[in-house]
Design a protein around this ligand. Structure first.
Ligand SMILES: Nc1ncnc2c1ncn2[C@@H]1O[C@H](COP(=O)(O)OP(=O)(O)O)[C@@H](O)[C@H]1O
Ligand SMILES: [Mg+2]
Length: 331
């Protein structure tokens, strides 16, 4: 029996759906219905970092919470380590670790070590092993020196390390990390990513969500892109990159463009897609060009009413594919 959990995928969802009904407005009379997940089918193999990438509101936290048994789906099924997340929570919980982004979930008035003692007891870590295990994870996340200081004295980055320590304390087979670097300064974020990478060598499966393309690219050999509750791509980073092979990108910036001008740009030879983004008062159009005919000069000539127009060509990046796939959100 014990070996049964070694086979099959780490995660398998079919038609996973979650609807939130809420009320707002005057006397909460207004009902809103949000379909946070719209039938997600996803299979994740064991023993690596798998990334779920998507913009804010895509449904990443909802998905993570369902997989980690914190939230029930409205419809569909989800198996983690081969076990149903809605029916086999007792079997699953000791085998899963969860680290949600944000500051909550730690006791500020006590030390980092005492926090871990509390969670070790909660997770049923044998008392005889507790202190050694705590030392081990503190060392792992490089918090040994600060272990006996109150958590309220910790920096944001140290708190996140303590969260990670808590997440691995009971030696889970699968670890869910929801936006693990959100709100961290660049140095702490880098350290956290390094730490996450080191955890894989223990054979743990890591399911990580992020809205940073570069983070997914750096940490996750395989990833899925979630947009508005749907998986819009699922591949290796290399294959996603190949998707854009040969494409060129031209960026155009000014204070605004008319619909007529956008239509002109769309009509230029080889232009396959235009993504629009706002930067304060500026509007940036990113043109993906499939064939070589349209040039920076060509773009400039087709927008004669813009004396201050900035036009430049740059290498197409994985981020462009991402923006393409989720462009409705960034418009
Ligand atoms: N408890 C809730 N009640 C109502 N709507 C919710 C709730 N949780 C999430 N949502 C909505 O579901 C969608 C997905 O949210 P979430 O899973 O938090 O996305 P992400 O983590 O990718 O930013 C959003 O539109 C969000 O507003
Ligand atoms: Mg979230």
């Amino acid at each position: 029996m014990a070996l049964a959990s070694q086979d099959g995928p780490a995660i398998e969802t079919r038609g996973l759906t979650r609807v939130f009904q809420s009320r707002k407005g005057f006397l909460f009379r207004e009902r809103t219905r949000t379909e946070a997940l719209k039938g997600v089918d996803l299979t994740v193999e064991r023993g690596a970092i798998f990334g779920l990438l998507g913009p804010n509101g895509a449904g990443k936290t909802t998905f993570t919470k369902i997989l980690s048994t914190l939230l029930l789906p409205t419809d569909g099924t989800a198996l983690v380590l081969g076990h149903d997340v809605t029916k086999e929570t007792e079997w699953l919980r000791p085998r899963m670790g969860l680290v949600l982004g944000g500051e909550r979930g730690l006791y500020n008035r006590i030390s980092g070590r005492d926090n871990l003692r509390y969670f070790a007891d909660l997770y049923g870590v044998p008392l005889a092993e507790r202190e050694r295990r705590i030392r081990e994870v503190l060392e792992r996340v490089d918090l040994l020196d600060a272990a006996d200081r109150r958590v309220e004295e910790y920096s944001r980055g140290m708190k996140q390390k303590l969260h990670l320590a808590r997440g691995i304390l009971h030696r889970p087979e699968i670890l869910f990390l929801d936006e693990p670097t959100i709100g961290l300064d660049p140095k702490s974020a880098r350290e956290t990513r390094k730490l996450i990478r080191s955890l894989v060598s223990d054979g743990v499966t890591i399911f990580l969500t992020t809205h940073y393309m570069f983070e997914a690219e750096e940490l996750c050999p395989k990833l899925a892109i979630l947009s508005k509750g749907r998986i819009v791509a699922r591949d290796t980073v290399d294959n996603l990159r190949a998707l854009i092979g040969g494409d060129r990108t031209i960026e155009v910036e000014d204070y605004g463009f008319e619909d007529r001008e956008l239509a002109v740009l769309r009509g230029l030879p080889g232009v396959s897609k235009i993504v629009t983004e706002e930067f304060g008062p500026m509007l940036r159009l990113t043109l993906r060009i499939r064939t070589g005919e349209t040039t920076v000069d060509g773009v400039r000539r087709s927008l004669p009413g813009h004396p201050e127009l900035a036009v430049r060509e740059r290498r197409t990046s994985l981020e462009d594919v991402y923006l393409d796939l989720v462009d409705e959100e960034v418009r």
